[in-house]
Each structure stands twice: as structure tokens, then as C-alpha cells.
Design a protein around this ligand. Structure first.
Ligand code: NAD
Length: 436
């Protein structure tokens, strides 16, 4: 485990201790939430196309299930470690509670560069992962979903493999599946849509005039591209976007639908304005991911990976607002620097919760057998995002704390209620006193 990754979990749990001072809960709740409930490390042997055998490390962590079965995505990335998965599972615990979903927190991952595998190798790896963790997951136990570099096709293979093992169709074991095999409409765009609903809900309070509000998005993937698209459609000026290969910047604003079209066609965004039929007259320059983060914009949306804004670059951030679409893009050491500089951070456990919320809708639909229309999904998602955003904003305002702390206080209050419902030190000590 690398030192950097070990840092991730201690970073996350330090935030928890800070939050605890704002919530009136017994010590038991903190003690309970300091540790993951269960962690599984597996080795997945895969027969490669050239006949060789490769073994990939995989993980699944169920951090907490006091409020319901574990819920969380599966990440395929060369940097995946148990510590990273554990931290992501920790965040999922708070995210599900912040949105009042009847789930605990979980996460999974495989240490692999999926871009280096053929599609058949990817399928064997995904089915092998399920073979290895099948006893650890289930529709009432722990329900995986997509995350970085996993997609509906992979979720479909996973549901299928689990069903083969159980000798019955088990739609509700995995969410984020293709529509034809138990997926929900709106799941593919849910994270970006949810983030957009948070910004939309805050528009008036923050006094944002879309036409005069500039936006930069780091990570033009599943989540980032959708939020960029929705903001551009609402009249916001999206001036910069990037992916792992680099970014583009146009102060007058980018034509986001063209960028998406080009990215889908070429798997790159660099050449968007000077190649093919979407060649556009918008003047632009290329920009590195590091420089995108410190652009003079109103809204910065990190939507790639964690730890992008740290104590090294936080003081250079010029944006007024950060909406964390990625999980953990701002380190705990960057938080106070941003706060001091007046940068308001809308935290990941609220902003990117649209994905798990529609995953919840998918799970509900799978279990009831009754499927919702797109407007129904959108309306239910918007309602939840707006309601919880307003409540977190209110906590931050009345207690004069950051939005991140407020979101954790909000989640912690719900988690604490569930933990204390099973009995606390006070309950047992008083009970003994009464009996004697
Ligand atoms: P994705 O794989 O679809 O997209 C990730 C994007 O980030 C890609 O465009 C990739 O090129 C880019 N990227 C990778 N490294 C980068 C770097 N160093 N700088 C800039 N860009 C880089 O993944 P996604 O599903 O969109 O997830 C992105 C983030 O959102 C992750 O932190 C993930 O945990 C979080 N998230 C996703 C969902 C979801 O439903 N997809 C839900 C909640 C949170």
C-alpha cells in the first residue's frame, strides 16, 4: 500500500472526528464508524487472449450497513489499493445517509489498466471478480455499481455471473446495468444530472447569472461530460474541459455538444475544434490538467479522481465555488486554505450523490418489477437533490460551518440515530442501574 493512499483513509477519518464535535451523539457512534465492517481481498486469475495467465488483485469493502445493505461502485484502475477502496466505501456510507437512502456504504475495485485489455479479457476479469466476491455481495447484503472505468456492459456481465451462480435471475444484485437487462432509465446520466440539480438549486442563493458565470470541468467522463452539457444548455459559459490526456480552454465558451460528439468519436477532446465535421471557429488553446484547476473561473468542477486540489495548489485556485463531482478531489489539508481564501466547496457526498440515488431507484424497480418513465426518475432525483441541498445549506448557515462539515453533520445525525437505536453505553448503564 503506498503512503499516498494510506493518507487517503486517515484524511477521511480525521474529517469524521472534526464533524463529531458538531453532533450530539454518544461516543459509541464515532467508535463504530472508525472501522470498516468487513474487507475482502481476492486474486482473480484471467486467461489472456494470447493463452497466458495473469492474476489481478481485487477488493470489496463494506464499510457500514447500519442503515441498510452496502452500496457502492466498482473501480478498474492501475492505482486501486485496498486503502483507496476502504476510503471510497467510507464516503459512500455518508453519501447514502446524506441523501437518506436506505443503504450503508461499500466499494470495490480491481488493480488493472482496463484500456490494456481486450473486450473478452475484460469480460473474463469481470466475471472472475464476481466468482471471487459472490459470497460477500447480494441484493440484501451489498450492491455494486459502476465507478471509474466500469460501465453498464460490465455491470450486466456481473449481474449475469451472479445469477448463474445463484441459479436464479438476480436483477437487484448490481445497479447501473444496461436498460435491456434491468437497468433504470436515467442511471447513465444520474451523477451529472444530480450535480446539475445542486447547482440549479443554489443559483439564486449564490446570485449566479448563467450567462456571466464561467465554468471549468476537470474530467470529461461519464459524470463530468453530463454536468458540462447540462450547464451549457442552461446558458452557463463552460470555458474549459479536460480528460486524462489534457484539456482545452476557450474564454468565450466551448461548444459542449460538439466536444462530446468528438470525444465519443475519437476518444479524445484535444482535437475537437480543428478536426472533422465538428470543426468550429471558437478560438481555443490547449491546457494541462494542473492549469485548468487554477483558471480564473467562477465555478470549478473536479470530475476525475481524488486528491487533485491539495495544499500544493489550493492557494492558486481562483474559482469562487467548487462543486466536487469526483470523490475526494479536495484533500483535507486544502480545505482550510480554500476556506480562508473564500472559496466555497460543495462536497462530493452531496454533489455526486445523483448516481447512487438513481441506483437506489434501479434497485427499487428491480425488486418491485415495475419500471419508471424518464420524467418520473428525473422528478424523483431532482426532488431529493434539492431537498438535501437545502437542508445542508441551512445547517451550514445556522451553525456557521463549511458545507462539507454541514453535509457530514447531516449524514452523521441519521447514521447516529440508526446506531443508537441498537443501544448505547448510556442505555446499558442506566438499564443496569434500574434493575439493581
Ligand atoms: P469516467 O471513467 O467516465 O471518467 C473519468 C474521466 O476523468 C475520464 O474522461 C478520464 O479521461 C478523466 N481523467 C482521468 N484522470 C484524469 C486526470 N488526471 N486529469 C483529468 N482528467 C482525468 O468516470 P466517472 O464515472 O465520470 O467518474 C469520475 C469521478 O466521479 C470519480 O471520482 C468517481 O468516483 C466519481 N463518481 C462517479 C459516479 C458515477 O455514477 N459515474 C458517481 C459518483 C461519483
Amino acid at each position: 500500500m503506498s503512503a499516498a493512499n494510506h493518507q487517503l483513509f486517515s484524511d477521511a477519518s480525521q474529517r469524521l472526528e472534526k464533524v463529531f464535535s458538531y453532533v450530539d451523539l454518544p461516543e459509541d457512534a464515532l467508535e463504530y464508524l472508525k472501522f470498516p465492517k468487513a474487507s475482502l481481498s481476492v486474486s482473480i486469475p484471467v486467461r489472456m487472449d494470447d493463452g497466458s495467465l495473469k492474476v489481478f488483485p481485487g477488493y470489496r469493502v463494506r464499510y457500514d450497513d447500519t442503515r441498510g445493505p452496502g452500496k457502492g461502485g466498482i473501480r478498474y484502475h492501475p492505482d486501486v489499493t485496498l486503502d483507496e477502496v476502504q476510503t471510497l466505501a467510507f464516503w459512500m456510507t455518508f453519501k447514502c445517509a446524506a441523501l437518506n437512502l436506505p443503504f450503508g456504504g461499500a466499494k470495490g475495485g480491481i488493480t488493472v489498466n482496463p484500456k490494456a485489455l481486450s473486450r473478452m479479457e475484460l469480460e473474463r476479469l469481470s466475471r472472475g471478480y464476481i466468482d471471487a466476491i459472490a459470497g460477500f455481495i447480494g441484493p440484501d447484503v451489498d450492491i455494486p455499481a459502476p465507478d471509474v472505468y466500469t460501465n453498464p456492459m460490465i455491470m450486466g456481465w456481473m449481474m449475469d455471473q451472479y445469477s448463474i451462480q445463484q441459479r436464479r435471475i438476480s436483477w437487484a444484485v448490481v445497479t447501473g446495468k444496461p436498460l435491456a437487462i434491468g437497468g433504470s432509465v436515467g442511471r447513465d446520466t444520474a451523477t451529472g444530472s444530480g450535480a446539475y440539480f445542486v447547482i440549479e438549486a443554489m443559483q439564486e442563493k449564490l446570485g449566479l447569472n448563467p450567462a456571466q458565470t464561467t465554468v471549468a470541468v476537470q474530467g470529461f467522463g461519464n459524470a463530468g461530460a453530463v454536468v458540462a452539457d447540462l450547464l451549457a444548455a442552461a446558458g452557463y459559459r463552460v470555458v474549459a474541459v479536460s480528460d486524462s490526456k489534457g484539456g482545452i480552454y476557450a474564454p468565450k465558451g466551448l461548444d459542449i455538444p460538439s466536444v462530446r460528439q468528438q470525444k465519443d468519436a475519437t476518444r479524445g477532446i484535444q482535437a475537437v475544434y480543428c478536426q472533422g465535421t465538428v470543426c468550429n471557429l471558437v478560438e481555443h488553446e490547449t491546457i494541462s490538467n494542473e492549469d485548468l484547476l487554477t483558471l480564473d473561473v467562477d465555478i470549478l468542477i473536479p470530475a476525475a479522481l481524488e486528491n487533485q486540489i491539495t495544499e500544493q495548489n489550493a492557494s492558486q485556485v481562483q474559482a469562487r465555488y467548487i462543486f466536487e463531482v469526483a470523490n475526494g478531489p479536495v484533500s483535507s489539508t486544502a480545505d482550510p486554505i480554500l476556506e480562508q481564501n473564500g472559496v466555497m466547496v460543495f462536497p462530493d457526498i452531496l454533489v455526486n450523490a445523483g448516481g447512487v440515488t438513481v441506483s437506489y431507484f434501479e434497485w427499487v424497480q428491480n425488486r418491485s418489477g415495475l419500471y419508471w418513465s424518464e420524467p418520473e426518475v428525473e422528478q424523483q432525483l431532482r426532488q431529493r437533490m434539492v431537498k438535501e441541498t437545502a437542508q445542508i445549506w441551512e445547517i451550514a448557515q445556522t451553525r456557521e460551518i463549511s458545507l462539507r462539515t454541514a453535509a457530514y453533520v447531516h449524514a452523521m445525525t441519521r447514521l447516529g440515530a440508526a446506531i443508537t437505536a441498537k443501544g448505547t453505553r448510556d442505555y446499558y448503564v442506566n438499564h443496569r442501574a434500574e434493575a439493581s
